[in-house]
Design a protein around this ligand. Structure first.
Ligand SMILES: Nc1ncnc2c1ncn2[C@@H]1O[C@H](COP(=O)(O)OP(=O)(O)OP(=O)(O)O)[C@@H](O)[C@H]1O
Ligand SMILES: [Mg+2]
Length: 92
C-alpha cells in the first residue's frame, strides 16, 4: 500500500483538485484508491458526490475512536472510495 499526502498551508492552490483527480486517475488505472478527506471543508468528499450531513459517519468518527476507517468509507466509482469529512473535523 502507498500513501500520498497532499498538503499545503496556503489556501486555494489546488490541493483538493489535485487530490480528487490523482485519486480518480489511479482508480481508472486499476489501483484501489481510498481518498481520505482531511479538510473540514469537505470539498473533496463533495467533489466525489458525498455530502457528509446528518448521520453519515465521517473521518471525525475515526479520529475520535468511534468507528474504524472501513466503516466510514463510501464506494463512489470502480476502485475508488472516499472517507468523507465535514466541519466536525475541526473539533477533533
Ligand atoms: N491545475 C489547475 N489549473 C487551473 N485552475 C486550477 C487548477 N487546479 C485547481 N484550480 C482551480 O483553483 C481553485 C482552487 O482549487 P482547490 O479548491 O483545489 O484549492 P485548495 O488548495 O483545495 O483550496 P482550499 O485551501 O480552499 O482547500 C479552484 O477554482 C480550482 O478549480
Ligand atoms: Mg481544498
Amino acid at each position: 500500500m502507498r500513501t500520498i499526502a497532499v498538503m499545503n498551508q496556503k489556501g486555494g492552490v489546488g490541493k483538493t483538485t489535485s487530490s480528487v483527480n490523482v485519486a480518480a486517475g489511479l482508480a481508472v488505472a486499476g489501483k484501489k484508491v481510498l481518498l481520505v478527506d482531511l479538510d473540514p471543508q469537505g470539498h473533496g468528499s463533495l467533489h466525489l458526490g458525498v455530502e457528509a450531513v446528518g448521520d453519515i459517519p465521517t473521518i471525525y468518527d475515526v479520529f475520535t475512536g468511534h468507528k474504524p476507517l472501513s466503516a466510514v468509507r463510501h464506494l463512489v466509482a470502480e476502485n475508488l472510495w472516499v472517507a468523507p469529512s465535514n466541519v466536525d473535523l475541526a473539533a477533533a
